[in-house]
Design a protein around this ligand. Sequence first.
Ligand SMILES: [Fe+2]
Length: 403
Amino acid sequence: MDGTECELKYEAMLERYPDTEIIFGSGAAEQFGELLNAEKASSVLVFTGSSRGAAAKAMPELQDTMSYMNLDFRFSMGIPAEPAVADVRGMVKILEEEKPQFVAALGGGSVMDAAKAAFLSWQSGLDVTELFGVNQAALKCPGKTFRRVICLPTTAGTGSEATPYANIVDPEANVKKLIMEEQIIPSHAFVDPEYTVSMPKHLTLVTALDAMVHSVESMLNRNAPAAHPDSLEWGKEAIRLIVRALPVVLKSPGNIVARGCVSAAATLGGMCIRNRPTSLPHLCSFSLYGKIPHGLAVAALLIPFWRYYLGDKAVRESTMEMAGLFSRTMEKTPEEIVDSCAKFLVACGGPGKLSDVEGLDRSVIAKIAADAVLNPMKLQSCPRPMTPDRAEALITGILEKAW
Ligand SMILES: [Fe+2]
């Protein structure tokens, strides 16, 4: 796979994203240093997970770059996967001790989400639980503006580097909850595909599936009047890139051109859902945290809900815009397009149906359906209208049929 195959159309899309300055390509550490220099930064705290994997490459690079600058530069490690309320509170404590001028997140979606939530919680003085919902900090601290996190993603899937979302586990409700706040959209994202090369095959797959589902769900959501006019094109490009490049990186993990395509698709997917949010597949995945990887959950949930959505005329039209993206043939009906997507997911090693996913048993359906009302904004973005009072019964029926 060479660069011309990807057509490099995505570069212009990433460059023009208005909400986050996206710096795409190799040399992220150096460019991050240049930004801090230009901003005359005095102190930076970088949250990260472990020193293994991509961080093993990125951390020394960042340390080297920063060592030439007169800067208080620190790593705070140990941010876990699927961060919970207590983890974010711990990060707020560190922020209170360190009082950094800039905060960065080096890692996958968990690290980026936790850093976004913690930085906002610290600046607003609000507990993370008070931030669940839509623009709660803006409502509770009127007129206050908040500094934003700088992201250096090390996986290619979440798109968190371009979104106003942070998913945090609420152990009391035993479900992930969503913070949606305009002011946590990262200011800058240094997207370096080199950081994703060391990802193991399974992580490469599940994170890319997440990006694929973001793009599809976003394209199906036409209930977003303020969406960026290019957001549908971003979705199409993201799907096109994943369909072409994901099979390549699964076979040849070191193919940097293909890695670049998947990284670009992931950020495009984030740009998509910032504008046209996800709905039922993502909503229902929140109940499966800790049981199976997020990307597998949303991939297994996409097809049943998409088939349900097809009962709506507008969804059928939105689906037809994806004709020819998942296979070489130009499908003639929305049902054929959903089938092509399902085939692609399975061909890559993704799940065919929920019961294929190891670690799930049928009892999860009742929990998923009962939890659905805990994140009402995702019900509101459902392309085929679903009111909270009917959600539990409808979701149960859809998932029982697809089991
Ligand atoms: Fe996702």
